[in-house]
Ligand binder design. Structure first.
Ligand code: SF4
Length: 400
């Protein structure tokens, strides 16, 4: 199926965003004296977990439970959403906010919550704008990086009746002001952790504007989610991965805010009184068992997007309703969803190879896509053979 090009203005913005992000990232990495060692440490940290996902999950669950965190497991988006919404209902939470993470897109939490009549508002300003415009975020780190100030002004005017302005600072404050008021009334938060340390049972939240730290201080109940592969064996490995994330996502040596959570806060301190942790698998264990585990090294830094000529031409909308865009989307979406729409995404590539040079975790995109296509072709051949042989099998009552 042909994939439509993004409008010319979006293509221009994506191209410009790519140039700026790449320059910032390259400058930041160039200032790290031990850059190669750091990359290797991060890759080792990711591969250690992927080599024994059940073992690390068991350790994380044991440590978290010992810290009075209620742990749940979800095998599918439906199960994860059911657990989130049931927990929020049981807590009788009225004002609920969520943080920013691509896993929420994968789960379609916003739609599930709307259907159940439970309003959950995104606190991240970019996410919030995308939510107001009822569109999917365009990038894992900059959800509305593809929008012009004129488009943002139009969205705010249409949704919040704000006066039209093209001043970026004014626009930002028009998004932030009402969110701050809501934040002061928050009862519960749904928060996806960026990483977790399995041995210590610590969940890690990163951001540059403090929205995670604010939620963790003010929300009395927090439902945390973790995409199961985003663990590290212990805190030391988590530090390597955080550094790599900050360098590749934001072009800075360390995130502005890092929040560590391991247990509910005591009564006299700020912080959540109850903590739930939902461990979301949604096909990750199967992907590893099928030999595609390297795809799950991804930490969603978004660096590969900023160099991909295809993403810059089609934008996130070109990846349809699937959760992930850019080069990692062409690998993860088919593995996660196995739908015709997702399968075709393995062809959304110009073979420029820039993603493989840029990904700090050295994900072999091209090899993974080829291996996936070969596996699909084999399955089709097997399916064809099964169909042709079916009458003989029925007649002779045995496998041919
Ligand atoms: S594939 Fe690599 S570069 Fe792309 S988002 Fe994931 S970690 Fe970042």
């Amino acid at each position: 199926m042909p994939v439509p090009l993004a409008p010319p203005r979006t293509r221009f913005i994506l191209h410009r965003m790519g140039e700026l992000a790449t320059a910032t990232r390259n400058r930041a990495w160039a200032q790290i004296p031990d850059a190669e060692t750091l990359r290797e440490q991060a890759i080792r940290a990711r591969d250690t977990v992927l080599a024994d996902l059940p073992g690390h999950l068991a350790r994380l669950e044991e440590a978290a439970t010992a810290h009075n965190v209620t742990v749940h497991h979800a095998q599918s988006p439906e199960e994860a959403n059911r657990l989130i919404l049931e927990t929020l209902r049981s807590l009788e939470a009225q004002v609920i906010l969520h943080n920013h993470h691509p896993l929420l897109d994968e789960l379609h939490l916003d739609q599930a919550a709307r259907l159940q009549g439970i309003p959950i508002t995104p606190l991240h300003p970019g996410d919030h704008l995308a939510w107001l415009a009822q569109t999917r975020p365009g990038h894992p780190v900059w959800p509305v990086g593809h929008l012009s100030v004129e488009e943002i002004s139009d969205i705010l005017h249409a949704q919040l009746r704000t006066p039209k302005t093209y001043d970026p600072d004014h626009l930002a404050s028009m998004v932030r002001m009402p969110l701050r008021r809501t934040l002061l009334q928050v009862d519960a938060a749904v928060m996806v952790a960026h990483f977790a340390a399995a041995r210590e049972g610590v969940l890690v939240f990163l951001d540059n504007d403090g929205h995670n730290a604010s939620l963790l201080s003010l929300a009395r109940h927090v439902v945390m989610l973790l995409s199961v592969e985003l663990m590290a064996a212990h805190m030391e490995d988590v530090q390597h991965v955080i550094r790599v994330f900050a360098l590749s996502a934001w072009g800075r040596p360390w995130p502005a805010y890092v929040s560590y959570v391991h247990s509910p806060a005591p009564a006299e301190e700020d912080g959540p009184r109850t903590l739930h942790l939902i461990l979301v698998d949604h096909g990750r264990s199967r992907i590893i068992a099928q030999g595609f585990g390297q795809a799950l090294r991804c930490i969603h830094c978004g660096a590969c997007h900023t160099v991909c000529p295809v993403y810059q031409q089609i934008g996130a909308a070109g990846y349809g309703e699937t959760a992930y865009s850019g080069p990692i989307g062409t690998v993860l979406n088919p593995l996660l969803l196995d739908t015709p729409e997702a399968q075709e995404q393995t062809f959304l590539c110009h073979h420029a190879g820039l993603c493989m040079q840029t990904c700090p975790l050295e994900i072999p995109f091209e090899q993974l896509r080829q291996a996936y296509r070969q596996a699909q072709a084999q399955n089709r051949r097997r399916g064809w053979g099964d169909r042709v042989l079916a009458p003989w099998r029925r007649r002779f009552g045995r496998r041919t």
